[in-house]
Design a protein around this ligand. Structure first.
Ligand code: PLP
Length: 424
């Protein structure tokens, strides 16, 4: 008998965020189509979390597949120092047209963590190049910006970061301005700004994903940004998760009146097909690196910077993002989530239901809310047994689907979550 995918995997693979000794064998996936994933054992799963929040148009989308295949036959890769190519230039042009009009330059990387690293390096070097001593960064409590050392430093100190704690740089954390805590958050920021000249404030706009889909209003973010701007503290808007429709508009930026100094993207950028990250900045940031002194350049790059195939995938994804169907789907899912939230609110076992656009999160009422609490695994496996891929964050279950998900599929996801109340 040939060995199954998961048997072969168990001998050679090392999976992320996984205690390999105790984790059940991974599920072998052989095909994806729309919102569905098909296993080698003949099972079907609705991908209700867009495979780690990346997939926005559905799996194996024919338009993206076609553009990627064409690009592979034309130019698969070329060094991006001293050389350039059509997909990188076209993507930068098109992306900048969609972003706040102060965003003028695009720097390519490979994922969300490095998009954040680059924004932080640019922010720190912006001050360094001017000979100014501004080296400290402000972030939100509970935030998650990635797994590289800089990104870990501006993220919540947790079991994820504990083994590396002595290598993480010092950051000031302020409370997230969730409803009822706006004044506390604003006054914490004001107090910090009075004490010190900070380099930058980094934040997940409107929704802190890994923290458990913690949501706050655009109005208070505008106020926080205004305070930073008054004190010349640079703002880094990490839209790695929120970008490309998650908040019900193309970007979180579309809910705001203030414009950030930097924006970070990845995940939905290529429609969830290829690894690509982007950091965008204003002209004044870019200008601060211009000099006859070569040491003022940004010394950062990756072998696969601006990979043409990944850029083509992103261009194909943008074709779909710019179609009227895209905003129709955002509205449809936002409405469906709102109805579901209304139905679930106040029911036994449910502590809170939160929604921002196409993201809905259900917090179950339990005493122990830790990430490794048994309930988390029970909820995860309950969903899989019901043919739905959900990845609870402790006692919080959220739906963040590809925008092609049908109402019937959404109903199956909602019914699964409703059924979870029995486990509480
Ligand atoms: N920033 C945010 C807000 C994220 O949610 C994530 C990943 O979940 C990252 C950065 C890191 O992205 P990546 O996993 O691509 O390194």
């Amino acid at each position: 008998m040939p060995k199954s995918l998961s048997e072969r995997d168990s001998v050679v693979s090392w999976h992320p965020y996984t205690q390999m000794q105790t984790a059940p064998p991974p599920i072998g996936i052989v095909k994806g189509e729309g919102a569905l994933l098909f296993s080698d054992e003949g099972k079907t799963y609705i991908d209700a979390v867009s495979s780690w929040w990346v997939n926005i148009h559905g799996h194996a989308h024919p338009h993206i597949a076609q553009r990627v295949a064409q690009q592979l036959q034309t130019l698969e890769h070329v060094i991006f120092a001293g050389f350039t190519h059509e997909p990188a230039v076209e993507l930068a042009e098109r992306l900048l047209r969609l972003l706040p009009n102060n965003q003028k330059r695009v720097f390519y990387t490979d994922n969300g963590s490095t998009a954040v690293e680059v924004a932080m390096k640019m922010a720190l070097q912006y001050w360094y190049n001017q000979g100014k001593e501004r080296t400290k960064i402000i972030a939100f409590e509970g935030s998650y910006h990635g797994d590289t050392f800089g990104a870990m430093s501006v993220s919540e100190r947790s079991i994820f970061t504990q083994p590396f704690r002595q290598y993480l740089f010092e950051v000031e954390f302020i409370p997230v301005p969730i409803p009822g805590k706006e004044a506390e958050s604003l006054s914490a920021l004001k107090a910090l700004l009075r004490q010190n000249e900070f380099a930058a404030f980094i934040y997940e706009p409107l929704v802190l994903g890994t923290a458990g889909m913690v949501m706050y209003s655009p109005e208070v973010l505008d106020e926080l940004m205004a305070l930073c701007q008054e004190h010349e503290v640079l703002t880094i808007q990490d839209e790695v998760m929120t970008g490309f429709g998650r908040t019900g508009k193309r970007f979180s930026a579309d809910h705001l009146t203030r414009q950030p100094d930097f924006m970070c993207f990845s995940k939905g950028l290529t429609g969830g097909t290829m690894a690509l990250g982007v950091t965008t900045s204003t002209h004044s940031i870019y200008e601060s690196f211009l000099s006859l002194d070569k040491t003022k350049a940004l010394f950062h790059g990756h072998s696969y910077t601006a990979n043409p195939v990944a850029c083509s995938a992103a261009l194909a994804s943008l074709d779909l993002v710019e179609k009227p169907q895209f905003s129709k789907d955002l509205e449809r899912i936002t409405r469906a989530h709102a109805n579901f939230a209304l139905e679930l609110k106040g029911k036994a076992g449910v502590k809170e239901v939160r929604q921002t656009g196409t993201i809905v999160a259900i917090e179950f009422a339990v005493g122990d809310t830790s990430y490794f609490h048994n309930l988390r695994d029970q909820l995860y496996h309950f969903a899989l047994d019901n043919g739905v891929l959900l990845r609870p964050l402790g006692n919080i279950v959220y739906v963040l689907p590809p925008y092609c998900i049908t109402q019937e599929q959404l109903d199956q996801v909602y019914a699964t979550i409703e059924g979870m109340r029995e486990l509480i």
